[in-house]
Design a protein around this ligand. Sequence first.
Ligand code: TRP
Length: 345
Amino acid sequence: MTSDVILDKPPARLARVFSGIQPTGELHLGNYLGAVRTWREQVEAGTDETMFCVVDAHAITVPYDPKELRKNIDDLVLDLIACGVDPEKTTLFVQSDVREHMELAWYLASVTPMGDLSRMTQFKDKGEGKDFVSTGLFTYPVLMSADILLYKATIVPVGEDQVQHLELARETARRFNHRFVGKKQKPVFFEPKARLSATPRIMGLDGEGKMSKSKGNTIGLFEAPDSFWKKLSKAYTDPQRLKLSDPGRPEICNIFTMHKAMSPKETQDEVYVNCTEAKWGCVACKKVLFENFEKELIPLRTKREQLSVDKVRQAMGDGASKARRIAVETMKEVREVMGLGSLGT
Ligand code: TRP
């Protein structure tokens, strides 16, 4: 669909970065290396306005236990803050604390064709073979579009697997403007851009697809060092390397990918040489990786232990208020151009 209004031109202000993460269980190495670490870097750089959201309303689209969800939300917020996503410097909040996400999702559903949603690969993957597939799972990408467009975010850090959803959000911005905004008026929404993580995808410990809690192939970021090591030491490497004397292929090895994300350049080179020349065994290589993980993770663990749940809950209240201030303004515009009620806020 083409649009008459000029899009892709962000409003005259700082870039606004928005990203979301589901509270589906402990934060693992894949989340950290692929997303959360770059969030911290963006928060610390302070060049863009940043917003990070714990997307609990997305987590309810598959069967779940309410008590567990509540705990997962608190835990994830603690994890994120311990990782340096500092609520003093960014807007960190829980999605369901800002009801406008759900409201906008409903309105955006009116410009989102069912055909687009049924082509989403995540929907196909998560829904396939299940006895119960909720309507929410089907409309999940509409809620994701709402998350982003509600704040008129310009940059959305996501993993490769979310690019299709982001394309839909861009399309939704165009469709909405085309349908509801006159040619001479200023567009309500702008097309957000994806920012892909520079870290290649971290595979699961079993080597089967990406590291993911639902597949049980993860190492928790805040796992105790002994169980961390136990899991790492058994992790899948190059399947052709059966004996120490077999040369390994770092380029296909998940452990090497992690070295690239965690270890200094000299160590990466050392690993490469010792693996391809069959001088180091996989356990030795993992030991070096483990030590580098420890260096980075010990301060995060210490920080996490020091955080108080009460203080963190209060910070989430403040985060939601900050987010709501923007959300309310967007919703006024949206209701107005859609011809909906204006007395609610
Ligand atoms: N769907 C994303 C994921 O599973 C999470 C998410 C929800 C998100 N809303 C978002 C990511 C908005 C970026 C922006 O990873």
